[in-house]
Write a protein of this length. Structure first.
Length: 107
């Protein structure tokens, strides 16, 4: 297999995986209709347990899933299906990126 064909195959599989994650995230946010942070989305939608300090994943599989979640969120923001906003965490007083559904987005 040529290097060009291999790159195309990898890009195609990446797009399929990202689309699956994006669909699940969009569906979740549409049902909840409130902002959620990336770690909360990972926990509630994909059941990825993160350690409390630093949001460290517990396995290699979780690392891949978190990367896919991050890519899916970027895609959804680019497509203007969700919006991102900085919201202050009441406990830590840090600004944390939250994602919510765009009200006029169509499925």
């Amino acid at each position: 297999m040529t290097q060009k064909k291999n790159k195309e195959k990898v890009r195609s599989s990446y797009q399929i995986i990202a689309a699956r994650y994006a669909d699940k995230i969009e569906s979740f946010l549409r049902k909840e209709n409130q902002p959620y942070s990336e770690p909360r989305i990972a926990k509630l939608v994909f059941n990825i347990a993160l350690t409390k300090e630093g949001n460290i994943p517990t396995s290699k599989r979780d690392i891949r899933s978190l990367s896919n979640i991050k890519n899916a969120l970027k895609i959804l923001v680019t497509e203007k299906k969700i919006i991102e906003s900085l919201i202050e965490d009441p406990r830590t007083k840090e600004q944390v990126m939250h994602y919510s559904i765009v009200e006029n987005a169509t499925t």
